[in-house]
Design a protein around this ligand. Sequence first.
Ligand code: HEC
Ligand code: HEC
Ligand code: HEC
Ligand code: HEC
Length: 338
Amino acid sequence: MKKLQLIASMMLGLAAAGSVSADAGKDTYTKVCAVCHAGGIAAAPRYGNAADWGPRIAKGVPTLYQSALKGTPKGMPAKGGNLTLPDASVKAAVDYMVAAAGGAKAAAEPKADAKKEAKAEPKKEAKPEPKKEAAKEAAKEEAPKAAAAPAPAAVAAAPLVQEGASAADVNSFNRLLKPAGKRNLPPPEDGIHDPANDGTHALQPPLAAFGSLPKSFAGNRVNWVEAIGSGKIKPRWDRTDLTAEPIVMDMNVVREVKGSMPDVVYPHKQHTQWLDCSNCHPAIFTPQKGANQISMASILLGEKCGVCHGKVAFPVSECRLCHSKKKDLVKPATAAAR
Ligand code: HEC
Ligand code: HEC
Ligand code: HEC
Ligand code: HEC
C-alpha cells in the first residue's frame, strides 16, 4: 500500500506541472472536463444540454460534486482523471456545467435538504450565461467563497472518507501491495483463502508453483508473458472445454505521451492470450484508437490499465514495459517548424 501511494505521489508530482491552473470553473472545464463532456464521450452528459443534465441536477448539486470528486462506476473518473486539481476547481467546473445546462432553477429544489446547497446556489445565479468576462469574475468570487465554508465541506467529505476506506478493503486481497516478505505466502496464511477449508491446505504454495517459471523483478516475480510464450504454462481457456483456444489478436496501439516519457505501446497480443475481448471492450475501453482518455492518475486509481496492472498484472512501477516506444527525436523539431 505504502509503496503504491509513494509512486502515486511521485506521479502526481510529475503531472502537477502541466495541470495546476486557475480556480476558474470554465478554465477547469476547458482543460480537463471538455474532452468528455463537450461531445458526450462514453455517454458523459454533454455541455449545455439540458436534457442530459436535468435528471442529474435533480439529484442535487452536492451529489454531483461527489460524483465529480470521487468518480462514478459508469465512467466519470475522479476529478476527471486529474487528481492534482483542487476540490474547489472541480466544484467550480461542476457549477459551470450545471449553469450552462440551465441548472440554477432545477438546483433550487433540493435547497431544503441541505444547507450547503443554499450556499452553492447564489454562485450559479451570479453567472447565468457563461460569457468570458462574467464567468471569470464569478469564478474569482467563487474560490474564496468555497474556501470560506469549511464546515459544509467537512460534512460533504464525511461519507467520502468511508467510501475511500471500503475501497482500500476491496484491495486487501492484492498480494502486490504487501511487503515483499509477505507476498506469496502459503494459501492458509495468505489472508485470501479460508484456512478452515480443507481444500485450502491441498493447494500448492505459490512459491513452489512459481519456482520453475521465468523470473521478473516486480509483482509476484514471475514473467507471465514469457511463461505463456515459452509454453511453460498453458492456461485453460475454457473451464469445461479442454480444446477451446483463445482468439489471439496481434495488434499494437501506440498512445503518444506528452513530455519526455517514451510513448505507450498497448499490445493486444499479450492481453488476448489470457483475456477475452469482453474483459476490456466496451466496459474499460472503447475499441477505437485514441477514443479513450487514459492518464497515469486514472491508472494509479485502479481505472483503465490500472484495473489489472498493479493488481493481477505487472505493477505500475514497471514504467518501461508500457512506455516502450522511444520518441522520434526529429519529430518535435519538425513540429515546431510548422
Ligand atoms: C474521461 C471522460 C470524462 C472526463 C475527463 C470528465 N468526465 Fe464527468 N462524466 C463522464 C461520464 C462518462 C459521466 C457519466 C457517468 C455516470 O452516469 O455516472 C460523467 C458524469 C459527470 C457528472 C454527473 C455525475 C452524476 O452523478 O450524475 C458530473 C457532475 C461530472 N461528470 C463532472 C465532471 C467534471 C467537473 C469534470 C472535469 C473536472 C469531468 N466531469 C470530466 C466522463 C468524464
Ligand atoms: C486488456 C484490455 C483489452 C483487451 C482484452 C482487448 N482490447 Fe482492444 N483495445 C484495448 C485498448 C487499450 C485499445 C486502445 C484504445 C485507445 O487508444 O483509446 C484497444 C483498441 C481496439 C481497437 C481499435 C483499434 C484502432 O486502431 O482503432 C479494436 C478494433 C479492438 N481493440 C478490438 C479488440 C478485439 C477484437 C479484442 C479481442 C480479440 C480486443 N480488442 C481485446 C484494450 C483491450
Ligand atoms: C483486463 C486486465 C488488463 C488491462 C485492463 C490491461 N492489462 Fe496489460 N496485461 C494484463 C495481463 C494479465 C498481462 C500479462 C501478465 C503480466 O505481464 O503481468 C498484461 C501484459 C501487458 C503488457 C506486456 C508486457 C510484456 O512483458 O510484454 C503490456 C505492455 C501491457 N500489459 C500494457 C497495458 C496497457 C498500456 C494497458 C492500458 C491501455 C493495459 N495493459 C491494460 C492485463 C491487463
Ligand atoms: C500499465 C501501463 C503503464 C505503466 C506501467 C506506466 N504507465 Fe505511464 N502511461 C500509461 C498510459 C496508457 C498513459 C496515457 C498515454 C496517453 O496519453 O494516451 C500514460 C501516461 C503517462 C504520462 C503522461 C502524463 C499522464 O499522466 O498521462 C507520464 C508522465 C507517465 N505515464 C509516466 C509514467 C511513469 C514514470 C511510470 C513508472 C512509474 C509509468 N508511467 C508507468 C501507461 C503506463
